[in-house]
Ligand binder design. Structure first.
Ligand code: ZN
Ligand code: ZN
Ligand code: FE
Length: 759
């Protein structure tokens, strides 16, 4: 007979871990007890040695899907006289845990929804210890019903009974509800007037007749319409002022999803996980979804229902719905009913709402699976607020993030908490939400930042916030933050070569960087390589008119061919004016941006003069690529002032000349391969100089799957170890993690400039 004391740390509270443990112990004939404590869970178990060993060995693999076990430490203690296994009350004390992310409805709960003999038949708020909202309804820790917005719904006798039975799968389920005691669903018109009859029937009537409804969900409202109905999708586009950007589609189930998309096992696994993210997957050519869902793209953002409400939205006939964030163009996601009525009312034919309050806005997460790895584009619902764990203690700080795709970060001990995705801070209400969320998150997680870390860009709202916060402030260069996010996320040891291909970020020389090669470690870096600087005619305006970049390149390298190209497009006069401004140094900042380089090439290849969102031209170029085409363009790596440089100009010229006798698809493929090859070559030069063979890839341009895979393969072939931030986005949503990591080192070492030892 042996007795052991176990301490299990990780995300083990609010996931049904204790009932699982209790039942597993009983099955194995073990005695003892289990309880929650501040670190996670502790337990004592008693039984035969082999039984105990097998038991401990299976905990990790058999644990509930949402549980994340970091460590199980075990120590022998004297055996006792005891019978049975009990779940003891939680130990109080300071809370070091964090709320669990929201969990998509589990299989068992989903099955009950459609079982007429079950007392939760058609109950849209069905949940259990494994599933349901968590973070988005929490007011305070620890996670108990009284500290969530479920506190308004007093448990009925049946629910109370389930709640207090250890063997029940709803034992201590804080979001437990049933038709008698749970939240109520309703349907209203666009004016907020309650519609008589069954709310689901009303919603279905509108959806199936090509209408648009707003649906209150877990972390906010969605706008929904039938994904097969072109007019409905187009109307949604008009309302959201969204011309081209693809919409995400929710499918009724995996089977209907697979009739439209080519999925692999990794993708199916993550689609079905409790996270239920939007996954970008290749759409089958024969898919019959409305063209307007993702015009011109072969990739589609897809996800599966994650609440009871979603399951009911498809009715008997529908299989795919466009489900997009419920907000006005460039404003934050709506989560409160009055805001939704005001903002979304004019866009919809009705509201499917309910009386459970959403406390935290949390957009759907978006990711891709590339070469078996999850690559985040937006890390939000299902991930937040689970911390990123670092191997070492950090200074208490707030990292403010960037301007676009904002996510901020807070540190506590060895953990970094990333906020939900807040989006672009340009709009006034977005900035208000930003400030509100920082205050709320800091309080919820019991963080007390002494320092604030910000981008170097003087015009970012986040920079302004930092400088006015009254905390000690440190600036971290945008691309060093992109680089730091990977080192932190992957806990890379030793020096690395950082390759950051990005849209734009403020450089230490006041120029706009974005095609950068760094070498170093910690908070000491050298800029080893870059794209040659070119003027960005009209500054920000050039992002919306990518042809300006193409003209900028060609003007320096082949003005004759440029003249011809411009006159075919009646742009000579416009260019003459921009050219003059460049010469006078008016609103023509210099940039080494790879994002702008792709935009410029896309503009040449596709005749794209104007875009409606950043990166649209580059996305188009990627999707054009004809993978069967061989070859690449010529390039040269020059060295100037000790920095390796690649000139986009001669490449732009080759592209334009090649277009005379090649398709855009062939040009795109050759161009992508060229960038991958020159990246490999450049990395080789930096390795020869430094001896470093670990490589970090980050920056928004690596959202380009084709470029990423080509570059990744070439670098691996050259013997590099390649690191990506994986679930932390390579785009600006990943910046704050890097700011926190680099900023922390700068504070510890008293460094004010990471390029302090630059040559
Ligand atoms: Zn469940
Ligand atoms: Zn009940
Ligand atoms: Fe960036």
């Amino acid at each position: 007979m042996e007795r052991r004391h176990l301490i299990i740390s990780g995300l083990v509270q609010g996931v049904g871990f204790r009932p699982f443990f209790h039942n597993l112990a009983l099955q194995n004939g073990l005695t003892g007890w289990i309880r929650n404590n501040s670190a996670g869970v502790e337990a004592e178990i008693q039984g035969e040695v082999e039984t105990i060993n097998t038991f401990v060995g299976t905990i990790k693999e058999m644990a509930p899907p949402a549980a994340v076990i970091d460590q199980i430490s075990s120590s022998g203690i004297p055996a006792q006289t005891e019978t049975g296994f009990t779940i003891q009350p939680s130990l109080s004390g300071t809370v070091e845990g964090s709320p669990l992310p929201d969990q998509g409805i589990c299989r068992q709960c989903a099955t009950e929804l459609f079982d007429p003999s079950n007392r939760r038949y058609l109950h849209p708020f069905n949940s259990c210890t494994l599933c349901g909202p968590r973070f988005t309804i929490i007011r305070d820790l620890p996670f108990d019903r009284t500290r969530t917005t479920m506190d308004e719904f007093e448990l009925c006798a049946d629910c109370q009974n389930e709640y207090s039975s250890p063997a029940d799968r709803r034992f201590h389920a804080q979001t437990l509800a049933c038709p008698n005691c749970g939240p109520q669903l309703w349907f209203t018109g666009p004016d907020g007037k309650l519609a008589p009859g069954d709310p689901i029937e009303s919603a279905l009537r509108i959806l199936s007749s090509g209408g648009i409804i707003a649906v209150k969900g877990i972390g906010g409202y969605h706008l929904a319409c039938d994904a097969f109905c072109d007019p409905a999708v187009n109307r949604l586009r008009k309302h959201k002022e969204r011309d081209q950007r693809p919409f995400a589609v929710m499918f009724k189930d995996l089977q209907s999803l697979k009739t439209h998309c080519d999925t692999n096992l990794d993708e199916e696994h993550i689609l079905n996980s409790p996270i239920r993210p939007i996954v970008l997957i290749r759409q089958k050519p024969e898919s019959t979804l409305a063209r307007s869902v993702n015009p011109g793209l072969q990739e589609l953002g897809v996800f599966l229902p994650y609440t009871g409400i979603h399951h009911f939205l498809f009715g008997r006939r529908m299989t795919a719905l466009v489900m997009t964030s419920g907000n006005r163009a460039s404003e934050p996601l709506c989560k409160d009913d009055p805001d939704a009525l005001l903002d979304l009312g004019p866009m919809v034919d009705g509201f499917l709402g309910h009386n459970r309050i959403i406390l935290w806005r949390c957009d759907d997460s978006v990711l891709r699976v590339v070469r078996g790895k999850l690559l985040g584009l937006r890390r939000s619902r299902g991930f937040v607020p689970a911390p990123v764990k670092l191997g070492r203690e950090l200074v208490p700080l707030l990292a403010c993030g960037a301007q676009q795709k904002n996510v901020f970060a807070l540190t506590r001990g060895k953990q970094v908490f990333l906020s939900p995705h807040l989006g672009d801070l340009d709009h006034r209400t977005a900035f208000l939400v930003y400030r509100e969320t920082i205050a709320g998150f800091t309080k919820l997680l019991n963080c007390r930042p002494d320092w604030v870390i910000h981008d170097l860009h003087p015009d970012y709202q986040s920079t302004g916030y930092a400088l006015n916060s009254g905390l000690k402030a440190i600036g971290v260069q945008h691309h060093i933050a992109h680089l730091g996010s990977v080192i932190a996320a992957q806990q890379i040891k030793g020096p690395v070569i950082g390759i950051i291909f990005d849209g734009s970020g403020y450089g230490t020389d006041g120029k706009i960087w974005g095609g950068e090669f760094f070498a170093g470690e910690g908070c000491s870096w050298q800029r080893m390589g870059q794209l040659v600087y070119y003027p960005l005619p009209g500054g920000e305006a050039a992002i919306r008119e990518p042809w300006r970049l193409a003209a900028s390149y060609l003007d320096r390298h082949d003005p004759v061919i440029l003249e011809d190209w411009l006159s075919q497009r009646y742009l000579n006069q416009k260019w003459a004016a921009l050219r003059k401004a460049i010469q006078l140094g008016i609103n023509a900042p210099l940039t080494s941006s790879t994002g702008r380089f792709f935009d410029g090439i896309a503009s040449l290849a596709g005749g794209i003069m104007k875009v409606t969102y950043e990166g649209e031209a580059a996305v188009w170029l990627e999707h054009q690529a004809d993978l069967t085409v061989q070859g690449n363009y010529e390039f040269q790596i020059l060295s100037s002032n000790g920095i390796y440089q690649v000139d986009p100009g001669p490449l732009a010229t080759q592209v334009l000349r090649d277009l005379a006798h090649s398709t855009a698809g062939a040009v795109s493929m050759k161009f992508h391969r060229t960038i991958a090859l020159l990246t490999g070559e450049m990395a080789g030069l930096v390795r020869a100089e430094t001896g470093y063979d670990q490589i970090v890839l980050s920056g928004g341009v690596f959202q380009n799957r084709l470029l990423l895979v080509l570059t990744w393969e070439i670098l691996e072939k050259k013997g590099f170890r390649v690191f990506l931030p994986e679930i932390i986005p390579v785009n600006d949503a990943g910046i704050s993690l890097g700011q926190a990591w680099v900023g922390n080192l700068m504070i510890e070492r008293g460094v004010s400039d990471v390029f302090g030892h630059s040559r």
